[in-house]
Design a protein around this ligand. Structure first.
Ligand code: NDP
Length: 279
């Protein structure tokens, strides 16, 4: 029988645990969220993050700008870095083209980098030091653990090599003793490669790319993709209906990885305050 990895329910559980933990802290964690421009999807994401933060007892402050210059944005980040009452800083991506995204992300204090995108934190992940981990891959690991605790020796294939999903995902699997292969748009014989995977993570951004005959019987399949079809419905990078019976466990889209990404943002914010308190 295939296990449906219900990210919606797991995220609810994570939020409840975080709400309990927050009650025991000396003060509420504080998250600063920065949104620039008027991309409607980004506005929805920021709204969802703020709402989720408030529900668990995280104080959330949003800075919304139609337009802002690079230097003004850097000055705001410097102020938030220096503010001891702010534990986490999140800059909603993508930023408008006239802003230098790399410079902005690197300006965030790594200790407050709740998205885990700062090069220092990515580097720490690479060398196995504790650091904030990117929310989506972190959430994927929790979903994988619903299906299996010890991943030692398993073969994992990660499709997609972005800095925010694919690369940190591969590192987390490696850390748990999987034998990891990363695939991308130039990978040859992708279906054949995927058929070797005990754990298959698809972070491609193209609807229903992964077909049933790409799946090894009994594989754990994590679908990170969020794609909107012409009929308005959301679907993942995996052909869910066709693949379902072959998998030991699979995430749906929606209600799979997405809710876990937000839950992990909250967890990273709480952990940022906990680290500060323990210093
Ligand atoms: P990117 O566009 O940055 O990366 C996509 C990756 O997929 C690239 O490495 C690309 O290869 C690879 N790729 C593209 N086409 C193919 C193909 N036909 N075969 C094999 N590999 C291919 O995307 P992200 O990593 O940012 O996001 C991936 C998906 O996950 C998107 O749908 C996004 O919306 C979703 N997402 C979902 C989140 C969630 O919370 N659920 C959070 C973040 C993202 P190459 O490097 O060679 O170009």
């Amino acid at each position: 029988m295939t296990l449906l990895l219900n990210g919606f329910e797991l995220a609810k559980q994570c939020r409840a645990e975080l709400a309990e933990k927050i009650k025991s802290l000396s003060r509420a964690p504080k998250l600063a969220v920065i949104l620039v421009g008027n991309d409607p999807a980004s506005a929805v994401y920021v709204g969802n993050k703020e709402k989720a933060a408030k529900e668990v007892g995280i104080e959330s402050v949003a800075y919304r700008f139609e337009e802002i210059s690079q230097s003004e944005l850097l000055a705001l980040i410097a102020r938030l870095n220096a503010d001891n009452g702010v534990d986490g800083i999140l800059v909603q991506l993508p930023l408008p083209r006239d802003l230098n995204e790399k410079e902005i992300l690197q300006a965030i204090d790594p200790a407050k980098d709740v998205d885990g995108f700062h090069p220092l934190n990515l580097g720490k992940l690479l060398i196995g030091e504790p650091a904030p981990v990117a929310c989506t891959p972190k959430g994927c690991m929790k979903l994988i653990h619903l299906a299996k605790q010890d991943l030692t020796g398993l073969r994992a294939v990660v499709i997609g090599r972005s800095v925010i999903v694919g690369k940190p995902m591969a590192q987390l699997l490696l850390k748990e003793n999987c034998t990891v292969t990363m695939a991308h748009s130039k990978t040859e014989n992708l279906p054949e490669l995927c058929r070797t995977a005990d754990i298959l993570v698809a972070a491609i951004g193209k609807p229903k790319t992964v077909k049933a005959d790409w799946i090894k019987n009994g594989a754990i399949v994590i679908d990170v993709g969020i794609n909107r079809l012409e009929n308005g419905k959301l679907c993942g990078d995996v052909d869910f209906d066709a693949c379902f019976d072959k998998c030991a466990a699979i995430t749906p889209v929606p209600k799979g990885v997405g809710p876990m990404t937000i839950a992990m943002l909250l967890e990273n914010t709480v952990e940022a305050l906990e680290r500060k308190i323990s210093l």
